[in-house]
Design a protein around this ligand. Sequence first.
Ligand SMILES: NC(=O)c1ccc[n+]([C@@H]2O[C@H](COP(=O)([O-])OP(=O)(O)OC[C@H]3O[C@@H](n4cnc5c(N)ncnc54)[C@H](OP(=O)(O)O)[C@@H]3O)[C@@H](O)[C@H]2O)c1
Length: 333
Amino acid sequence: MDNLYFDKDVNLDSITNLKIFVIGYGNQGKAHAHNLRDSGLNVVVGLRDGSPSAKLAYEDGFDCMDISAGVMECDIISILIPDQCMAEVFKTEIIEYLSPGKILIFAHGYNIHFKEILPPPFVDVGMVAPSGPGHAVRKEFLDGNGVPTLFAVHQDFSGKTKQLILEYSKAIGGTRICCFQSTFKEETETDLYGEQISLTGIIPMIINESFKVLLEAGYSPTVSWFVSFYEVKNIADLISKIGINDFYKAVSETAEYGGLRQADKLIDDKFKNEMKSALDFIQTGKFHQNWKNESRTGYPKLKAMRKNLKDSPINEITNKMLKILEQNKSNES
Ligand SMILES: NC(=O)c1ccc[n+]([C@@H]2O[C@H](COP(=O)([O-])OP(=O)(O)OC[C@H]3O[C@@H](n4cnc5c(N)ncnc54)[C@H](OP(=O)(O)O)[C@@H]3O)[C@@H](O)[C@H]2O)c1
């Protein structure tokens, strides 16, 4: 496949003499900063005034700088703070300190794609988005592996953007396993869709609802929890390891037949149309506007949905069972 890149395809020639400014020392920021430094690169961490993360970053041996000062001083500016506050930080602490030849790196295309951030034409803009959380980016790197990483070029002022972001991807461990090329549009729209349909939409909430159905039918919370919640991890691991087709070969024929028959009924045309309208809602920018309004008005719907979920009966039994299982695991070792 021609848009996949591995360690053998990339060296670190261009990035080695550049100074990298990692803004944010959270989930992704901390992992990128450590991996880049372990790859022999020159890394400075950018934090806001009074940041609670400053102590940790210093203890971890990083030089820290104010955001605007670091933007002026460094060549590569990797913006790894929450997407919701990125546009404001960009407006107040980044844009006026940029100069020709700098490269901005994002780990998600949201703010660029929805034009919340409009970089000046004289900088390069790229994306390096690991397909996993920061702790996995760090752990895999330490284990000699990497997390598959999407990369994309939005603006190529220097003519070297693709090379530089591939080198950055290599330095955080991405090309050890697989780097794949995309665009800001594709990454943003598919990322939102993937979240809203499977990852944060259906999977957690089907666990919650399936548990409630068993509970309301009079089954014991413990037994209902094991089938609705606990077994999901083993199934998810198995699907990830061997694929959907072989997964069905690995379960009993009763499970295969019952599951496929029921899925046909549940995932009907109405459901498929809902998935298509979710994608349309994202592609037309309506989700972005909806989310912006939600944030401007103090997150009323999010707060109501959080409250609803907090009151769900699955929480109490989950806390109890996870504690019991964890205690017994440590007792064994
Ligand atoms: N989380 C993931 O698994 C994941 C995966 C792939 C891509 N991404 C992308 O990676 C980027 C970073 O996400 P993340 O999850 O790593 O973020 P995060 O952990 O929530 O970021 C926390 C860091 O951002 C800083 N920060 C928060 N608000 C700030 C503000 N107003 N001004 C300056 N700094 C601020 C925090 O500063 P303090 O230390 O001062 O509190 C902290 O250092 C996002 O674009 C996200 O979409 C995330």
